[in-house]
Design a binder for this molecule. Sequence first.
Ligand SMILES: Cc1ncc(COP(=O)(O)O)c(C=O)c1O
Length: 476
Amino acid sequence: MNVLQEIIPNVKNMKQLQYLVLARRASQIKEELRQRVRKPFKEVIDVSWGDPHKAGVKPLSFVQQVLAACLYPQLVNSDRLPVDVRQRAQSLLKGCDGGSVGSYTATRGISEIVHRVSEFITRRDGGAPSYPENIFISPGSQWALGNILNILVNSEASHRTGVLTPVPCYSISLMSIRGLGAVTVPYNLNEEQGWELQVEELHRALESAKGVCNPVALYVINPGNPTGYVQSRKSIQEVIQFVSEKRLFLLADEVYQDCVHGEHSEFVSYKRVLAEMGPPLSDTVELASFHSASKGFMGECGLRGGYVELVNLDLAVMKYIYKLFSTDACAPVLGQFALDLMMKPPQPGDPSYPLYSVETQHIRTTLVHNVKRVLEVVNNLPGFCCQPVKGVFAFPRLHLPPKAIQKAKEIGMQPDAFYCMRLLAEAGVIVSPGCDYGQKQGTHHIRFYIMTSEDTMEEVLRRLSSFHTQFMKDFS
Ligand SMILES: Cc1ncc(COP(=O)(O)O)c(C=O)c1O
């Protein structure tokens, strides 16, 4: 028997993403463009990822300067860089063995940076204490989620482990859960109520798992991906109450916490609300909260720096988690540095502050502008309906004509994946199909990233509008 067959069942559990089919087609189209094949567009625009730099957002100068000096320490003595940049690089390098970014670090991350993360959390959460020994820095937050799932999923139990997951849900998290052999137990977010998480739905979902699997955890994404929904304090309190009653571990994916905008929306962390609720909840609910340097205004996805903070875990379990993280040696040092810069950006009075402030403000105003434009344009296209957007993704519902649905069926595609494929081939825009995130049966959506440059977003909307109008005509 082939050795590899041993792992096939869990890997099979991981559904093939339609996005991957689109990505393959996009590579062919790019190649055709290179070979000067005539198309109605000159380049492909990819807004299918939550990746600001890919979407045309300029990286922050402060981050690039500090990282440059860390990689090439001679720059620490160069007066071409602002003095606070040089000081920061020097202090970051001090935390590295041999003063070099090329050396391994401690398993949970460079000690000074772990402390910086815990100070950030305490500040963010209005003084609720955070302890460095509860924090693990990882190569991106997804990696940390994988490690925590690893301890939650019991692959030897007679009943498979279940994790309650939102519908729709960030597809890679679904893959991580299923890839470990666990079952995802879907709970629907209410689209008509702006993708609200309703606690009655959590009760229904948990009930539906009876006899199917053994649910041990609830996974929430706040602010939401793909929905862009932001939970209120009250909603978070209800979720905490629910997990406490049902004895579930709480996995809070909070990587989009810096990108909340719009009236009456404010990010409040699960950790903060839990602390505010006081004992016995604050001493008993087990929580893992994830954050990342990939998101926010910094958007350093490729550097791979994230962290998890663990709350109320048993000491014996913490030791086991430490062991698990130690098998990865450590997170990339530049990713750890990016996290450090995100935790403590330039402050008023620092030489780098004016430029940092201008650059981040520009990204913020562009995001607000893009949201307004997306809602104006998309909600005026027949067949589209987009709920208010409070984060960095738009996830409009697409009411496809029956003929388009029939055509998709004939060629063995999901209807919204078919729409996305045509959008790519005819307009050169890559967005991702709702079917990849799970969605209520019979509904279709597309997801696209809106933290782009203004020009990119205008071009996306222009191409989407003219493609959509023609598509609806063709299939009416
Ligand atoms: C909800 C959510 N969680 C986690 C991640 C992964 O982030 P990281 O790059 O830190 O692994 C993403 C990336 O898009 C995401 O959307």
